[in-house]
Design a protein around this ligand. Structure first.
Ligand SMILES: NC(=O)C1=CN([C@@H]2O[C@H](COP(=O)(O)OP(=O)(O)OC[C@H]3O[C@@H](n4cnc5c(N)ncnc54)[C@H](O)[C@@H]3O)[C@@H](O)[C@H]2O)C=CC1
Ligand code: BAL
Length: 508
């Protein structure tokens, strides 16, 4: 990780950086063919930062055509795995070189605290790309136990043209989670960033070209979901869509696939993740630290945010007090100031949505113990970290994904009730459990219906562990780990009969 700059140095960078605003297709930055653009807003100020190319059907068709040509040329798909590794590692080096610039682009559009972008998002994205690059030339294929007279090979081949449709909450990291395995396995990729957060992705596509990725292998089309995203989903020459975002839009991609070419769809959607704390949990101070991080990190705009604290009634009040105390270590303010841990909410729309949930929490009878209001900081979209106590499992704030800095505290009488409440959700992405009884922890981990369960900590595992959800949280595959390689490849059986023809003549 490069060392942090000061707030003024980041501001100077923000004022002087050339802003990437054009789509990247066939190795070149291009305006939309229609010349249409849309505004991108700095959520910390409410001001327009730039106008971004609004790609329509013609741009998507052009990008897919170039991606297909690149795939068929074999320049990437059939390059020696060690060559793909070399280029991807070079991309990592270039991203390291430009880390401050990338962090500023990311923070300007997303409102994320630059501290997080520099110390978490970018280092994890680099590690992810490096990990998949390094895996490329170390993966062996399989043969089957089909007997001596057969050579049977089970090989994995790239799918072809993959579209990656990204969310706005972790633009660089989600890009890395998707293009890392998709490129390492030899696909051509067309990325569509969320319309709120384009610039870091556009810059990384330029760096990929500088790193030596052949033209057409990594392209970025920018634009609104219902136009650019839909055009990708419906495209007859795209082999797969890897999507992270809301469950509602995830469903749309399944429909697009059914209505077009049955392209593979992999969905990583939302969560309403439980954090269970039982009365034997050790070191409540450390637990409070995890609970605070689990819900307020990235302003709660995180699919794995633990937005439901399901806590034993004996320790509830003490733990809530400790969380409030921990929150003092989370200054909220200007995202470009590296002293802040909480920044702006990504957009006015998301801000209104979160405020709407806070109102609903109040009217349904939950009790606010801290926060509950917009935070006054210029004209930006800031919300105070909010804790609701006396939440019951049927309340809206306990059931729907808020995707904001709002914690719902639900008290339970024992571990069985905790598991019942934890599983009483349509989502199943992540969960955490705090207890000193490891046997009990593992029984709960077994019984919780979620893709990642952490014990005595909060987190998403590391790059070597798969990430994705049960139920409405996911479909079709996993990000991270070698399991991600499976989703970007097609299995093929190659079967050769090598029985000796002379042996069969002898039988005749
Ligand atoms: N990682 C996650 O799990 C995420 C979950 N969400 C959830 O979704 C809620 C709404 O956030 P949004 O930005 O509206 O997420 P979204 O699901 O609408 O957007 C995600 C991506 O899908 C694209 N998209 C949107 N509509 C589309 C359509 N009709 N066809 C094709 N592509 C489309 C967007 O342009 C963006 O790239 C959040 O409050 C949160 O609950 C949002 C972002 C990430
Ligand atoms: N927490 C990484 C995945 C996501 O929020 O979309």
């Amino acid at each position: 990780m490069s060392s942090l700059l000061t707030r003024d140095e980041y501001q100077n960078l923000a004022d002087s950086l050339p802003l990437p605003t054009n789509a990247v297709i066939d190795g070149k930055a291009r305006a939309a063919q229609s010349a249409e653009t849309f505004e991108t807003i700095n959520p910390a100020t409410g001001q327009v930062i730039a106008r971004i190319a609004s790609c329509g059907q013609a741009d998507v068709d052009f990008a897919v055509e170039k991606a297909r040509l690149a795939f068929e040329s074999g320049a990437w798909a059939r390059a020696h795995p060690s060559e793909r590794k070399r280029v991807l590692r070079r991309l990592v080096k270039l991203m390291e070189r430009d880390a401050h610039e990338l962090a500023v682009l990311e923070t300007l559009e997303s409102g994320k605290p630059i501290y997080d972008v520099e110390t978490i998002d970018i280092p994890e994205a680099l590690h992810c790309l490096e990990w998949h690059a390094e895996a490329t030339d170390k993966l062996y294929g399989q043969t089957s136990p089909s007997g001596d007279d057969v050579v049977s090979m089970i090989v994995r081949q790239p799918l072809g043209v993959v579209a990656c449709v990204l969310p706005w909450n972790f633009p660089i990291l989600m890009l890395a989670w998707k293009i890392g395995p998709a490129l390492a396995t030899g696909n051509s990729v067309v990325v569509k960033p969320a319309e709120q957060t384009n610039m870091s992705t556009l810059r990384i596509a330029e760096l990929a070209h500088e790193a030596g990725l052949p033209s057409g292998v990594l392209q970025v089309v920018t634009g609104p979901g219902e136009i650019t995203g839909k055009a990708l989903g419906m495209h007859p020459d795209i082999d797969m869509v890897a999507f992270t975002g809301s469950t509602d839009v995830g469903r749309k991609f399944l429909e697009y696939s059914a209505r077009s070419n049955l392209k593979r769809i992999v969905l990583e959607c939302g969560g309403k993740n439980p954090c269970i704390v039982l009365d034997d949990a050790e070191n409540l101070d450390v637990v409070a630290q995890h609970v605070t991080q689990a819900v307020f990190w990235n302003m709660g705009e995180n699919c794995s945010a633990s937005s439901r604290l399901i806590v034993h009634e004996k320790i509830k009040d003490r733990l809530v007090e400790m969380v409030l105390h921990k929150l003092k270590e989370w200054p909220l303010g200007e995202p470009l100031d590296p002293g802040n841990r909480l920044g702006a909410i990504v957009s006015k729309e998301q801000f209104d949505r979160i405020i709407g949930y806070i109102k609903k929490g109040r009217t349904e009878g939950a009790r606010i113990v801290t926060g509950g209001n917009a935070h006054k900081h210029g004209k930006g979209y800031f919300i105070e970290p909010t804790v609701f106590d006396d939440v019951t499992p049927e309340m809206t704030i306990a059931r729907e994904e808020i995707f904001g800095p709002v914690l719902s505290v639900i008290k339970v009488a024992n571990a069985d009730e905790a598991v019942r409440v934890a599983n009483d959700t349509q989502y199943g992405l992540a969960a955490s459990i705090f207890t000193a009884n490891l046997g009990q922890a593992h029984r709960i981990a077994r019984d919780i219906r979620a893709g990642t369960v952490t014990i005595n900590c909060y987190g998403e595992g590391d790059i070597s562990t798969p990430f994705g959800g049960f139920k409405l949280s996911g479909f079709g595959g996993r990000d991270k780990s070698l399991h991600a390689h499976d989703q970007y490849t097609e299995l093929k059986t190659i079967w050769a009969d090598i029985s000796d023809p002379r042996a069969s003549r002898a039988v005749d």
